[in-house]
Design a protein around this ligand. Sequence first.
Ligand SMILES: NC(=O)c1ccc[n+]([C@@H]2O[C@H](COP(=O)([O-])OP(=O)(O)OC[C@H]3O[C@@H](n4cnc5c(N)ncnc54)[C@H](OP(=O)(O)O)[C@@H]3O)[C@@H](O)[C@H]2O)c1
Length: 347
Amino acid sequence: MPFVQARATTSLFRGAAVTRLSSRGYCAFSYSLRRFLPRTSSSSSSSSSSSSPLRHRNLCSAFGPATGISERNMASSSAAAKRLEGKTILITGASSGIGRSTAREFARTNPNGNLRLIIAARRADSLEELAAEIRKETNGGVKVLPVKLDVSKADEIRGFVNGLPEEWRDIHVLVNNAGLVKGVAKAPEIDEQDMNIVFTTNVTGLINMTQAILPIFLKRPNGGQGDIINIGSIAGREPYPGGSVYCASKAAVRSFTESLRKELIATRIRVIEIDPGQVETEFSIVRFYGDKAKADAVYAGYDPLTPDDIAEIVVFTATRRENVVVAESLLYPNHQASALIMHRRTN
Ligand SMILES: NC(=O)c1ccc[n+]([C@@H]2O[C@H](COP(=O)([O-])OP(=O)(O)OC[C@H]3O[C@@H](n4cnc5c(N)ncnc54)[C@H](OP(=O)(O)O)[C@@H]3O)[C@@H](O)[C@H]2O)c1
């Protein structure tokens, strides 16, 4: 489905946020005013209708301008778009899941702002498809450069920046998203090749990418400027059996990210970590070596996060005022409270 259509269903990000708040009853203004409104048959006859999401939304939109709610909302939305203007954003692992959604979300946030997206992964066909989709949906307003890149290969990363056309080298945001897990084996049964793939992708790949891009950031005035957004995981905070190598790799991402933030304290470079819980992507298909049935079973009975949920947070962190660093965030779906504490529906 073209992403603009998907966008329309959730409305613009801030609009969607307001709708979500009002539907949860957080529109405090509507609550206080509700008491003074004439009681209509629908509002007086049933508590369910008076507390319906639609009614709250109507109240919010009816009274928003007077309270400044809508104006503030629009202002912060356009501020986010403005902060992206003219920027070049590099996303690794953009051929699928969170990376792909992140590319789309950046494009949606400023479709006409001279934004450049470098999307990288090993699957060139998927990248070309995504690039074509974004160009079409933004009428060419967002420029997209797909680049085939295997982050586990240090020599590919070494030649990466110089291999970009000149006008694409002034990168402002690096989203280190490429990552994977292989298998659920426990020691001493862990396959050596799987172990190496996970570490060279999730850890040395991420560190090498960071080292390749950081000099670009450091050349900017006042000590340097740019955003490094690392996708970690709940696994990096809370190791679980059957995930030791993956958990260790994400714990390494967490340590590297924290050290980096401290090392760059005298610059304007923001170092950001986003740690998702359960998100339904190709992640589990890769974990189970392409066995879709096993992957589907991981999510049965749950409402996992979607890659779009994480993409919203990635773009949110990159579009804060420059002095604001969303240093870290942990994101769960509603049913999850730790790596292993999850509520599975039985019906
Ligand atoms: N899904 C979850 O539940 C979850 C939870 C917490 C954290 N995460 C993290 O989120 C990130 C994105 O994963 P996802 O859930 O979106 O999974 P996904 O759908 O499988 O996407 C993974 C992406 O990483 C890319 N990738 C893998 N190895 C690569 C390599 N050597 N070089 C370049 N790109 C590579 C893949 O592209 P190619 O195959 O085309 O190279 C793909 O685009 C990962 O870091 C993952 O650890 C996921």
